[in-house]
Design a protein around this ligand. Structure first.
Ligand code: ASP
Length: 325
């Protein structure tokens, strides 16, 4: 008994020592940021933008690793299983909140298995189509999709992706099941949309704005309650006759649960510094979004957002009855 107490005491001292050593030196080497979708897509764009500015503040490079597949759950799983030492982090979006309902056998718990760092940004989505898609406006688009639901193809980044969630809301709104084609991310899906191999997609403005402005794809609606300054001619989903489709893709940074608090705090400060950079704000602004305010770039704010969004989307997904298994 005495020996056990003594051993436990020594372990506690060792943990304390390791923690304070970490506090002094963290980060001492490169950090890996897992983005759970393919390179060249909207989550990747946000990840790389923020990783670059955080690296400057941390004095160590944050290297982005794209781990696409299964609607973002493969990448999240990799971080949940990683060593909780502050050197592996995850940049994920709203999919963290929909995965626990969509995947009834999910091997990780988005709340219990992660330590939140902070919110990054909220990005609107747009309903888009290949440039030569027949319908000219939102009303004829909706009618066309209803009439041709068995032949229209819709891209998404797998079950659990924001594009999947938006597609699910769209199918509910038009009351028609559409053939969906999953990709490892909407970066590769966009290439096929531009190439005309796929008909339609719902994707973040971070991926679609340039293509819409350049005329390489068509856009029918934006999923925000108000129109966007950068795409003023694009109707909102409510204006387009698609009520209940409002959705915005919030992004957050997470570390594995058990990561020392000092590392979480340091990452959170670096995130706040990155988001306060006017250059970051202007780059995000050009893509139809804005950095999260400093008070949201905190563990508490992300924790609250994640828990609230899990509850918000559960009944919606259950009503749709679409599951990954
Ligand atoms: N936009 C994708 C999604 O649907 C993810 C991505 O490729 O960034 O979640």
């Amino acid at each position: 008994m005495h020996l056990i107490q003594r051993t436990a005491g020594l372990t506690a001292v060792a943990v304390l020592w390791a923690t304070s050593a970490l506090a002094q030196g963290y980060p001492e080497r490169q950090i890996t940021m897992v983005v759970p979708f393919a390179a060249g897509g909207p989550t990747d764009t946000v990840g790389r933008l923020i990783a670059e500015r955080m690296s400057e503040d941390l004095g160590q490079q944050i290297l982005v690793e794209n781990v696409g597949g299964a609607g973002g759950t493969l990448g999240a799983q990799q971080v949940a299983d990683a060593e909780a030492d502050g050197y592996t982090i995850l940049l994920h979006h709203i999919g963290m909140a929909t995965a626990p309902t969509l995947y009834r056998n999910l091997a990780f718990d988005p709340v219990a298995d992660f330590a939140p760092v902070g919110l990054v940004t909220e990005v609107p989505m747009t309903i888009v189509a290949r440039a030569d898609f027949e319908p000219a406006d939102a009303a004829s688009f909706i009618q066309y999709v209803k009439d041709n639901a068995d032949t229209v193809t819709m891209a998404n980044a797998g079950i659990g992706a924001a594009s999947h969630l938006c597609g699910m809301l769209f199918m509910q709104a038009v009351d028609a099941p559409i053939v969906t084609v999953p990709y490892r991310g909407t970066g590769p899906a966009m290439t096929e949309l531009v190439g005309g191999q796929i008909d339609i997609m719902c994707d973040q403005t971070t991926n679609t704005t340039e293509q819409i402005k350049g005329g390489t794809i068509k856009a029918y609606a934006v999923t925000t309650p108000e129109r966007l300054d950068i795409l003023p001619d694009l109707p909102t989903v409510a204006e387009a006759g698609l009520p209940g489709m409002e959705v915005s893709v919030w992004h957050g940074i997470y570390a594995p649960a058990g990561t020392p608090q000092e590392a979480i705090d340091r990452l959170s400060t670096a995130l706040q510094t990155a988001l306060a950079d006017p250059d970051v704000a202007s780059q995000l602004g050009e893509l139809g979004t804005a950095p999260s305010p400093a008070e949201d770039a905190t563990p508490t704010a992300l924790q609250a957002k994640l828990s609230g969004e899990i509850e918000r989307w559960r009944p919606v997904i259950e009503e749709a009855g679409v599951y990954a298994d």
